[in-house]
Write a protein that binds this ligand. Structure first.
Ligand code: IPE
Ligand code: IPE
Ligand code: MG
Length: 237
């Protein structure tokens, strides 16, 4: 007997890549590519709701992305502000809940404020959980978790031999969230770029050559179908 409920990933994580290439192909500034990328975000949230995907985690800005030009970083930060401000009513309408993971203290104060407002305003929404990874780096996240546990040990609240996987998971920014079932990367790059290294241990991977601004319904359905065709074994037979 087949159980179709297993065929839809409960949690999709996406590395939204290719905005810059999309823009340079058209001789446009990179910021235009990022702007178009935000339209794809809205489209993909709608597709997830339609397919009853419960969690969607989007890599929006990595720790390493701080190393881009000041101009591009500024453009990305103002786009983030604009996106959250413009889309709040739509998120409420669609019953979408927002979360954020990453070194949020690194973000400009105005961005942090609007992120916190959006998280607070959407906290009772339940159609989908949208997690924005901002100033996010997986190694930094794991190092942070290790520091938290070390402090508890130093304070005498925890014994080193009691530290297990669950305890470490609970110190990650993703504490309380299910692990991703499907990881999608757009624009063809076969790498993880410091994204959710701990959490995607058993995620299925789908890489598409489509650039993020062009990612549409067909690409989404192809990713879902690819996932449904996989046999997940989790190390067992
Ligand atoms: C992804 O697009 C968005 C961010 C990293 C913020 P890129 O800006 O990496 O686009 P490419 O990879 O240069 O095409
Ligand atoms: C990963 O893409 C980060 C985001 C999508 C936000 P990058 O374009 O920064 O990654 P690399 O440089 O190709 O590894
Ligand atoms: Mg890129």
């Amino acid at each position: 007997m087949s159980d179709d409920s297993n065929k839809i990933p409960r949690h999709i994580a996406i590395i939204m890549d290719g905005n810059g290439r999309w823009a340079s192909k058209r001789l446009l500034p990179r910021a235009v590519g990022h702007e178009r990328g935000t339209k794809t975000v809205q489209r993909v949230i709608d597709l997830c709701i339609e397919h009853k995907v419960e969690w969607l985690t989007l890599y929006a800005f990595s720790t390493e992305n701080w190393g881009r030009s000041e101009k591009e970083v500024k453009a990305l930060m103002s786009l983030l502000k604009k996106y959250l401000r413009d889309r709040l009513s739509e998120m409420m309408e669609k019953n979408a809940r927002m979360h954020a993971i990453g070194e949020l203290h690194m973000l400009p104060e105005e961005c942090r404020d609007i992120i916190n407002e959006t998280i607070e305003a959407t906290k009772h929404n339940s159609a989908i959980n949208v997690v924005l990874a901002l100033s996010y780096g997986s190694r930094q996240e794991i190092a942070h978790a290790a520091r938290q546990l070390a402090m508890q040990v130093a304070a005498g609240e925890l014994k080193p031999e009691d530290i297990d996987e669950t305890m470490l998971s609970q110190q990650l920014y993703t504490a309380g969230m299910p692990d991703p079932d499907l990881l999608i990367r757009t624009s063809g790059e076969m790498r993880l770029s410091n994204y959710l290294l701990w959490q995607i241990s058993y995620a299925e991977m789908h890489v598409t050559p489509t650039l993020w601004p062009d990612f549409g319904r067909e690409d989404f359905v192809a990713a879902i179908n690819d996932y449904a065709s996989r046999k997940r074994r989790f190390g067992k037979r």
